[in-house]
Design a binder for this molecule. Structure first.
Ligand code: ADP
Ligand code: MG
Length: 820
């Protein structure tokens, strides 16, 4: 073995023979394997070995001196490690790294850049800041509502541009944001010969890997000025080192940076002063009349007050959930030192948004439960026993579980406030019946409110058969109830003779007085506003409330909207339901769809054909439905009876149309989405939906739920001429899944939380950072944390900082009407 040079081949060969022979520390001609390795690594490493690799090299010499003492697996590991190291080292030595880059000077920490001598306070007006002043300060108040230093610290950027990555010119990739450091070769500044309003400043920059031309554009004739242009050029003399940050753009003239930020770095040790260069730069929501740089500079100045920020979260909570301090979070959400810190900052601030909302919900629930006592109902009375005997099927396990939840709530004097989520057809009605019977057998009245007449009527129809068997009176009150009947109902409610009233909004619009209202059931609760629900509740003395919805929403949304409710899920369909065969079809495949309808009708089945109803263009859609109805009944299906149902028809007309369909006098019903909620015709087996791409997934799923209610195989045909991938992907979710919870989750991903809830329900809190789609994990943690706090300290007596922050935020939340 030669002294100076490393014999790679011999080393690798020794290692591989040792491995082949089972790590026995082979005896060679001269040395044992371990001695040979020891000697080899005892020499200096090859020229060009990095500092880190040198250390490792030496390390290996020591490790091999102990080789004889190692057990086989340890020997094996050491041999493996050595082979890998040698291979990598050889590779680097043969392909030397790129020339060292000119070092980008460290940017000044933003908290030090403001040279304000007086320390700022958090309550100080922004107008007093150097970067702001009276006039701009007024703009900030008027346009963004930002008054104080604290306000702007909590005004979070919507995005960041990462200029912190320094690259070589030869490595520029279009679409990336980068920083270049190089030497000025030459520069030029001139007004465009074609357009006197445009002045161009051109700079040619070189680094060890290449050259690039950068342009800055100045619009306006005031830059026409020769003096100004000369001065620009003098700022960047040839030979000067500069840093430039921007978005890499590729055009027919080659690669360049798009209107870059440029700063001179005269001496190599100098710091970068611009807040824009070489760092992760905040991007604030754009507001007309407010310059982006004003916000940036103001934030930089305001950050000098960062140390006065008090963290409301106790340390142990931060430790458990892995959260950084509020101070750090605020500093880094604006000007993060790196992307990792930015992620931590965001996580902490998102946590706070969720946490205080959940704490608010739980506090509110706690207070309500302290102040309100409701009647406690008997969960095991005669009516429930009788009903158990007459129901025509056995309950699913999910139904049993939810009924147990409800009866347990009702037997306590704490008001029930429970939401039952269950897919269409999961059998929510019967669950509500148990709650109603519990109220009735305890001497209380109950009310069931549904959002449409169709639905109210259907509930009535179903319940009246059961209630007749139990000899219980029951009435229906809707907008179309006759005056005489109305009076009779009012009177009977007043005396308490009538134990159960089913109805629509009429229940709250009429001067309805209950004698002893103990339970309120709200079907499709999301269709009602906060006030409407409250109005119904006020008709009793803190009655128990059971809300139901067939539009399951993702858990994040449920927690955000109903964090103070208990939620039960009926996540199981009654047995014997076959999945509905669902296919997305294009306009050209329409005849296929019609053929299927014909075949099904020939077998005695029925079909829905749905046209979208979109609020803005109600008239247009209506016309489409009416015209299509004519075409379908006269041209396509002349041999069948085709009914029509839409929102402009009177209740009597609707009722007639629905009854005709229910009785199979019409085999097809053409409808707008009024059919959506709850219509139950088990003989219908085809649901054809036109322009399906115009509906949300949850809505389509609801519509689909109109079929598959009987024992026959059912079909859902989603017609869509949209060719966009997005539309096709959305529809394929329905082709693949029948699970309402999964579908709503996907819907939220595709369309965002607001859209999923539909137009009726605004009421989502205005989170500054939190996303219900992206931050589900943090929300779950925040809920968990809030529940823990409530267990330890339900009134927050021992957590004054939490209480203060909650009150502060709670005010804001109340202002935006969510916590009602
Ligand atoms: P939704 O949850 O959509 O309101 P419904 O309560 O209207 O569902 O129930 C849908 C249909 O299923 C009704 O005809 C109902 O009588 C029936 N049903 C409910 N529970 C069961 C069950 N456990 N077994 C069989 N059929 C049931
Ligand atoms: Mg229902």
């Amino acid at each position: 073995m030669k002294e100076e040079q490393i014999d790679w081949i011999r080393l690798q060969k020794a290692l591989s023979i040792e491995a082949e022979k089972g790590f026995t520390n082979l005896q060679g001609n001269q040395y044992r394997f371990s001695e040979f390795m020891c000697l080899s690594f005892g020499q200096s490493p090859p020229f060009g070995t990095s500092l880190e690799a040198r250390r490792k090299w030496l390390d290996l010499a020591i490790k091999f001196s102990r080789y004889p003492e190692l057990i086989t697996t340890q020997r094996q590991e050491l041999v493996r490690e050595t082979r890998q190291f040698l291979q990598e080292l050889k590779q680097t030595l043969e392909n030397p790294p790129e020339p060292p880059q000119p070092k980008i000077p460290k940017t000044i920490p933003v908290t030090e850049t403001a040279n304000n001598t007086r320390p700022l306070t958090l309550d100080q007006s922004l107008k007093s800041l150097t970067a702001v002043g009276e006039r701009k300060g007024q703009d900030l108040v008027e346009r963004l509502g930002l008054k104080t230093v604290k306000d702007i610290l909590f005004y979070f950027p919507r995005d960041h541009i990462d200029y912190s990555r320094q690259v070589y010119i030869k490595n520029l990739e279009a679409g990336e944001t980068v920083t270049l450091v190089g030497t000025v070769k030459r520069c030029n500044c001139f007004t465009s010969p074609k357009n006197t309003k445009l002045t161009i400043f051109e700079i040619v920059l070189s680094d060890p890997t290449g050259q690039i031309k950068l342009n800055r554009f100045y619009a306006g004739t005031r830059y026409n000025n020769k003096g100004w242009q000369e001065r620009q050029k003098r700022f960047y003399p040839p030979g000067a080192t500069i840093a430039a940050s921007g978005l890499v753009k590729k055009s027919k003239y080659g690669v360049t940076l798009d209107n870059p930020e440029i700063e001179i770095l005269d001496s190599s040790g100098s710091q970068i002063e611009s807040i824009k260069i070489g760092r992760v730069l905040p991007v604030y929501p754009l507001t007309e009349g407010i310059a982006a740089d004003l916000i940036r500079k103001t934030v930089v100045e305001a950050l000098t007050a960062i140390n006065q920020i008090k963290d409301p979260l106790p340390n142990d909570l931060k430790n458990i959930y892995g959260l950084i301090s509020l101070k750090e979070a605020i500093a880094n959400i604006h000007y993060p030192d790196n992307s990792n810190l930015l992620a931590h900052a965001r996580r902490r601030l998102v946590f706070d948004e969720f946490f205080f909302l959940q704490l608010g919900f739980l506090q509110r629930r706690h207070k309500l439960q302290q102040n309100q006592t409701s009647a406690s109902f008997n969960p095991r009375g005669q009516l429930i026993e009788q009903f158990n005997k007459i129901i025509p099927f056995s309950l699913t396990n999910a139904q049993k579980r939810v009924i147990q939840d409800i009866l347990k709530d009702l037997s306590s004097s704490t008001s029930m406030n429970r939401l039952v989520q269950g897919d269409v057809g999961s059998g929510k009605t019967i669950v509500a019946v148990y709650a109603i019977l519990a109220a009735l057998q305890s001497g209380y009245q109950a009310a069931l409110m549904a959002p449409t007449e169709v639905l109210a009527e259907q509930h009535y129809r179903k319940l009246v058969t059961w209630f007749n068997l139990l000899h219980l009176p029951i009435e229906l009150l809707t907008g179309s109830t006759r005056v005489a009947k109305r009076r009779e109902i009012h009177a009977q409610l007043d005396t308490g003779e009538l134990p159960l009233l089913i109805g629509t909004h009429a229940l709250i619009q009429d001067p309805v007085n209950f004698r002893k209202l103990g339970l309120v059931v709200i079907d499709e609760q999301h269709r009602f506003g906060v006030q409407q629900r409250a109005r119904l509740l006020s008709k009793g003395e803190s009655p128990h409330v059971l809300s139901m919805t067939a539009t399951p929403i993702p858990r994040t949304l449920a927690l955000t909207l109903h964090g103070d409710l208990d939620v039960s899920q009926i996540d199981e369909l009654p047995p014997g339901r076959q999945p509905i065969q669902t296919v997305a079809l294009t306009g050209q495949q329409r005849t296929q769809a019609y053929d299927l309808i014909r075949r099904e009708i020939a077998q005695g089945r029925q079909a829905y054909i749905i046209f979208p109803m979109i609020e803005e263009s109600e008239k247009l859609d209506l016309r489409a439905a009416v015209e299509e109805h004519q075409r379908l009944s006269e041209v396509i299906f002349p041999d069948f009876q085709v009914g029509l149902l839409h929102g402009r028809m009177s209740s009597a007309e609707k009722e007639t149309a629905l009854n005709a369909f229910r009785d199979n006098q019409t085999q097809i019903i053409v409808s707008t989405t009024v059919i959506e909620v709850g219509v139950d015709v088990p003989n219908a087996t085809v649901m054809l939906i036109e322009n399906a791409e115009r509906f949300g997934l949850s809505q389509l799923h609801q519509l689909r739920g109109r079929v598959g209610r009987g024992s026959h195989q059912s079909h859902c045909l989603l017609m869509s001429s949209s060719k966009t991938t997005d539309a096709r992907q959305r529809l394929s979710v329905l082709e693949q899944s029948q699970d309402g919870f999964f579908i709503s989750e996907m819907d939220m991903r595709f369309r965002g939380p607001g859209q999923v809830l539909g137009t009726r329900q605004s009421g989502l809190p205005d989170f500054a950072l939190a996303s219900l789609v992206e931050d589900q994990e943090v929300l779950t943690l925040a809920r968990d944390a809030a529940e823990k706090i409530m267990l330890q300290d339900p009134t927050l007596k021992y957590s004054p900082s939490l209480k203060r922050e909650l009150d502060d935020r709670y005010q804001r939340m109340l202002g935006s009407d969510i916590l009602n």
